[in-house]
Design a protein around this ligand. Structure first.
Ligand SMILES: NC(=O)c1ccc[n+]([C@@H]2O[C@H](COP(=O)([O-])OP(=O)(O)OC[C@H]3O[C@@H](n4cnc5c(N)ncnc54)[C@H](OP(=O)(O)O)[C@@H]3O)[C@@H](O)[C@H]2O)c1
Length: 257
């Protein structure tokens, strides 16, 4: 296991779920953090919590990854001590609605593709040149099992995560001679804010997603992220699929009751 002490880790989407759990896990491992998300109050709260608990440096910035110019500005104006980024965790993402395609709302498609695909591209494109120049670095993307298999009523979310899968693979090829690792961690059902966002705040629908099984929790995926990030430099975990035990595919979930 390689130490993360003093490394700089940039995480997108840290105000909830997997991003938040990963920020706490990296801080516990001694990494300095660049954190972003759109909800400024939650972002400040997390930065404060980390500062109280761990002796690491934090640079927290309100950022919508869909806004290319803001992403570029944010990366270009990093304080000197945060300029050298060792690990980028592309986590910010969402799904909107779970409807048959012909009954779905196109507004949700824009949001999903702009965040999961274009946002990930913008952030990666802004961060990569310095990694290429130094010939070191690690990009870790949070994909999904939806990037491996399509499921009904998920055309656009599945497409967005298939895109993440393809981007991860191509990027790994493009960076083959640059000593930069590119990994993807692809979870099944994780109980986070994801379903509340997907169902536009409908608590009952959100809860039903995880009904009758023990889902993964955000910390389980943070654990996987830390594992991937702490392998020896010559080891690149290309892809890690993580299910709860009661899930075997996008559509096969065993529920009690
Ligand atoms: N939960 C699951 O079952 C599951 C399964 C497979 C994959 N995933 C993937 O895991 C990742 C994290 O999701 P989660 O489950 O942890 O959901 P979550 O609890 O809803 O967290 C999503 C995070 O992304 C941020 N975010 C969303 N849009 C953003 C934007 N435009 N700019 C910046 N930040 C943005 C949100 O912060 P703000 O709203 O404050 O911006 C929030 O912090 C996503 O990529 C998701 O697709 C989740």
């Amino acid at each position: 296991m390689v130490s993360l002490k003093g490394k700089t880790v940039f995480i997108t989407g840290v105000t909830s779920g997997i991003g938040k759990a990963s920020a706490l896990a990296f801080a516990e491992a001694g990494a300095n953090l660049i954190l972003c998300a759109r909800r400024e109050d939650l972002l400040s709260k997390l930065a404060e919590e980390i500062k109280q608990k761990f002796d690491v440096k934090i640079h927290a910035v309100k950022l919508d990854v869909r806004k290319k110019n803001d992403v570029n500005k944010m990366v270009a104006s990093l304080p000197a001590e945060f300029i050298k980024i060792d690990i980028l965790l592309n986590n910010a993402g969402l799904g909107r609605g779970l409807n048959k395609f012909y009954e779905d709302n196109p507004d949700g498609w824009e949001e999903t593709i702009d965040t999961n695909v274009k946002g990930l591209l913008y952030v990666t494109y802004a961060v990569l040149p310095q990694m290429v120049e130094r010939q070191e670095g690690h990009i870790i993307n949070i994909g999904s099992i939806a990037g491996h298999e399509a499921y009904p009523k998920g055309a656009v979310y599945c497409a967005s995560k298939h895109a993440v899968n393809a981007i991860t693979k191509s990027l790994r090829m493009d960076l083959i001679d640059k000593n930069i690792r590119v990994s993807t961690i692809d979870p099944g059902l994780v109980e986070t804010g994801f379903s509340m966002v997907r169902f536009y705040g409908d608590e009952e629908k959100a809860k039903n997603t995880y009904k009758g099984l023990t889902p993964l929790i955000a910390e389980d995926i943070a654990d996987a992220v830390l594992f991937v990030a702490t392998r020896k430099p010559h080891v690149n975990i290309a892809q890690m699929v993580v299910f709860p035990t009661a899930q075997a595919s996008s559509t096969l979930v065993h529920r009690n009751g």
